[in-house]
Design a protein around this ligand. Structure first.
Ligand code: GZL
Length: 345
């Protein structure tokens, strides 16, 4: 383990942090949004734990909650880690402040899921200058200098979008509709998020092969249930003949289904509208089993063990891949039943 002499002064830092926070209403690192209990400081007996600062995007979706649980379970004290977990409430400025807080605390590793792909060079350079390795998880960043982060763990967003397009091709052929004019609306995730951009590009790359497919509109509903319902209601008011709804996560799908039902529009295997969703959280898979959602493209949130394994490799001086893709699959009414009982999220 590294000699972390500075840990001796951490209790004093904590007193300073709490005092300044109490007196000024915010922490010395600005209004960093930390867990309710504020700055946790490793105790004497926790000296040898690997200290990880994790900036999570938020708690906007069922998927995100599962992702956080996976990371907190894997980076536990029992497993040799001291985890500083920060919820950025989907704001990049909160993530940047949290990362600066981790740098000030001199954590051993910084791990974060970047809410959007741009605007990270400065803070990543600060982490590099401080000699703190950065591990990206879930979403990606776009930076000139890729040495600013050690590795990335997540899903192949573009492949997920392509898989949605391929499934639609096969489904239309199977139902004798491949020659029909197909009107499509897309509920997109957070603008500028790598996962949203990838899913969009992937699906578009298939759609452009079909002159009879028409993407009427693509609009962000920010990966949330409420916005999904709101944007779907707008689509319904605007377009008379929607054949397919592509929803880039299950939470937006849940909202969209509410709006469709409120307008007497049925969905799924025997419905008016085909619904293609992403994430494959258990609640959505139950709707796939009922034939209400036609297909759910899994995006695996169980990334905690991947992070723990990579940190252990780095601690041992072993090389790690720059990109680590997590396993995932596609769920349809035909195959979903066998997985329902074993789903962990
Ligand atoms: C996917 C992840 C996305 C999920 C949404 O990798 O970034 O963010 O699809 C979540 O549910 O909000």
């Amino acid at each position: 383990m590294k000699n972390r002499w500075w840990r001796k002064i951490l209790p004093a830092v904590a007193v300073w942090f709490y005092t300044s926070r109490f007196l000024t209403g915010c922490g010395p690192f600005g209004d960093v949004v930390l867990e309710e209990d504020g700055l946790e400081v490793p105790s004497e007996e926790e000296e040898d734990l690997i200290v990880v600062g994790f900036s999570q995007i938020g708690s906007e979706s069922v998927w995100r909650t599962a992702n956080s649980a996976s990371i907190q379970n894997a980076l536990s004290r029992e497993n040799g880690f001291f985890l500083e977990f920060n919820n950025a409430r989907q704001k990049q400025e909160n993530q940047i402040k949290a990362i600066r807080g981790f740098i000030s605390q001199r954590v051993d590793y910084i791990v974060f899921s970047p809410v959007t792909e741009d605007g990270w060079e400065t803070v990543l350079q600060e982490a590099k200058d401080a000699g703190i390795p950065v591990i990206l998880v879930d979403r990606k960043v776009v930076v000139e200098d890729e040495s600013l982060y050690t590795t990335w763990i997540g899903s192949d967003a573009e492949e997920e979008g392509v898989n949605a397009g391929i499934w639609l091709e096969e489904y239309l052929a199977k139902t004798g509709r491949e020659g029909e004019s197909i009107n499509i609306v897309v509920l997109q995730g957070t603008p500028g998020a790598s996962i949203q951009l990838g899913r969009t590009t992937g699906f578009e790359s298939v759609a452009e092969k079909h002159s009879n497919w028409r993407i009427l509109e693509q609009k962000s509903a920010d990966f949330t249930n409420a916005k999904g319902e709101e944007v779907m209601a707008q689509f319904i008011r605007k377009y008379q003949d929607i054949d397919v709804v592509i929803s880039q996560n299950d939470d937006m799908t849940f909202g969209a289904l509410k709006a469709l039902e409120a307008n007497g529009i049925t969905t799924g295997v025997n419905g008016d509208v085909i619904v293609i969703s992403f994430d494959a959280v258990r609640e959505a898979l139950e709707l796939v089993a009922q034939g209400i959602i036609n297909v759910d493209i899994e995006c695996n949130p169980e990334q905690g063990e991947y992070i723990a394994a990579i940190i252990r490799k780095l601690e041992n001086g072993e090389p790690v891949e720059k990109e680590n893709i997590v396993d995932e699959q596609i769920f349809t009414p035909e195959n979903v039943e066998q997985y329902l009982d074993t789903r962990t999220y």
